[in-house]
Design a protein around this ligand. Structure first.
Ligand code: NAD
Length: 346
C-alpha cells in the first residue's frame, strides 16, 4: 500500500504521547521525519519511531521534498508560522487544535491552504471515538427524537508552572475553554449535526493566578433548537473529574462518561423510551437502557488513516480545519459574553 510520508513538527509532546503511536497503527502512514527544538530530542524521537530524518528546525524539514504531509503539534503560538510555511512548501497539513491564536488568523490559514490546493485537517480526534460515531448515527436515525438538551464537561488539574505555554494568552490564545472545551463544543455539534447559534458564558480564574481562565461555563442554543452547556476547568483534580457528554431528546437519552479524553471507548448508557402519555408518578424504569459495546481501536490511528486516504485517494477531508475555525469563533463569543454579560449571536 502506498503510504503518506509524514514529517512531525513538535514531535515531543502529544505527538509522542498519542499521535505517533497511532500513526504506527495506520496502514497508510510512515513517520518519515521528526523535528524538535534541539537535536538530542529530535534524534531520540527519530530512533524511537524508526524515522528516516531528525531535524532541529522546521525550515530543513519542510525543504525535504519526499515529505508529503506535516503534523503540527507544537505550542499554539508556533502554529500560524509553521502552517503557512508548510503550505508554501506544498505539504498537506494535519494541525492540532486550536489552529492558531485566534479565529481570524485560523480562517486566514485555512483560506490560504484551500486557495493553494493544500489539504488541511484539524486534530479534533475525539470525533473518531467509536462511541461518538455511534451516538451521531443514533441521532441521525431519529432514535432520540427531537434533540432538546446537550451537556459536556472536560476538565483536568493544571496548576501554575514556570514557562508553561498554555498559561499565557500570547502563546495559547485562551485557557480551559480553548484547550479542553473546544472538544466538547465540537463533539456536541458533530454528534447532533447542529451548529451553535447563540452563547452566554461565565469565565474566571477561580483557583490559579495565571493569565488564561481556569474555569469557563457556557450556555448555548443549537440551530436545531436544543439548549446546551459546556464546562471546561483546569481546577478539578483528575481523579475527581468525570469528562461526560449527555444528549437528551424527546424519545431518549445518551449519557457517556469517559468518552471525552484520549482513549477510545468509555461508558455509554443509551435509553430509548417512546413515552405515550403523561405519568403523574414520573416513575423511571431501566428496562429501556442498554450499554454501548464494541469500542475498538485507536482514535489517533483512525484520524491519521482518514487524512492519509484524502491525500492518497482524494477522499473528502473528514475533519476539515474549517470545523475548528467555526468552533474558535464560538469560543471567542463565549469569552465576549463572559466579559459583557450579554448573550452573543453567531
Ligand atoms: N488532540 C489531542 O489529543 C491533544 C492533546 C494535547 C495537546 N494537543 C494540542 O497539541 C499541541 C501541542 O500540545 P502539547 O500538549 O503536545 O504541548 P507540549 O508542550 O507537551 O509539547 C509541545 C512540543 O513542541 C515542542 N516545541 C516547542 N517549540 C517548538 C517549535 N518552535 N517548533 C516545534 N516544536 C516546538 C516542545 O519541545 C514540545 O516537545 C497544542 O496545539 C495542543 O492544544 C492536542
Amino acid at each position: 500500500m502506498k503510504k503518506v510520508r509524514w514529517g512531525i513538527l513538535g514531535a515531543g509532546g502529544i505527538a509522542d504521547r498519542r499521535t505517533m503511536p497511532g500513526m504506527l497503527l495506520a496502514d497508510n502512514a510512515e513517520i518519515y521525519a521528526v523535528m524538535e527544538i534541539n537535536m538530542e530530542m529530535a534524534e531520540n524521537l527519530r530512533a524511537k519511531y524508526n524515522a528516516k530524518y531528525a531535524y532541529d528546525n522546521e525550515t530543513d524539514l519542510l525543504a525535504n521534498p519526499d515529505i508529503d504531509a506535516v503534523y503540527i503539534a507544537s505550542p499554539v503560538i508556533c502554529h500560524e508560522r509553521q502552517a503557512l510555511a508548510a503550505a508554501k512548501a506544498g505539504k498537506n497539513i494535519l494541525i492540532e487544535k486550536p489552529i492558531s491564536l485566534n479565529a481570524q488568523m485560523s480562517e486566514d490559514i485555512v483560506k490560504y491552504c484551500d486557495e493553494n490546493g493544500i489539504k488541511i485537517a484539524v486534530g479534533l480526534m475525539m470525533r473518531y471515538n467509536t462511541y461518538h460515531q455511534e451516538m451521531k448515527k443514533l441521532i441521525a436515525d431519529g432514535k432520540l427524537g427531537q434533540i432538546v438538551s446537550c451537556h459536556a464537561q472536560f476538565t483536568c488539574w493544571y496548576p501554575e508552572m514556570a514557562n508553561a505555554w498554555r498559561q499565557t494568552k500570547a502563546s495559547a490564545g485562551g485557557g480551559a475553554m480553548t484547550d479542553l472545551g473546544i472538544h466538547c463544543l465540537d463533539l456536541i455539534e458533530y454528534i447532533t449535526g447542529s451548529r451553535i447559534v447563540k452563547v452566554g458564558a461565565l469565565s474566571d480564574n477561580m483557583t490559579f493566578s495565571y493569565e488564561v481562565e481556569d474555569a469557563c461555563s457556557a450556555l448555548f442554543k443549537l440551530d436545531c433548537g436544543a439548549f446546551g452547556t459546556v464546562d471546561a476547568n483546569f481546577n478539578i483534580p483528575d481523579d475527581a473529574a468525570r469528562c461526560r457528554i449527555e444528549i437528551y431528546g424527546t424519545k431518549g437519552s445518551i449519557r457517556a462518561e469517559g468518552t471525552i479524553g484520549q482513549m477510545d471507548g468509555g461508558d455509554v448508557l443509551v435509553t430509548l423510551s417512546d413515552t405515550k402519555g403523561y405519568d403523574a408518578m414520573q416513575e423511571r424504569s431501566e428496562s429501556n437502557d442498554y450499554k454501548m459495546t464494541g469500542a475498538d481501536g485507536n482514535m489517533y490511528a483512525r484520524e491519521v488513516a482518514s487524512f492519509g486516504d484524502s491525500i492518497l485517494n482524494g477522499t473528502p477531508v473528514e475533519v476539515h480545519a474549517e470545523n475548528a475555525v467555526h468552533i474558535q469563533k464560538v469560543i471567542e463569543a463565549i469569552y465576549k459574553s463572559s466579559e459583557t454579560g450579554e448573550f452573543i449571536n453567531l
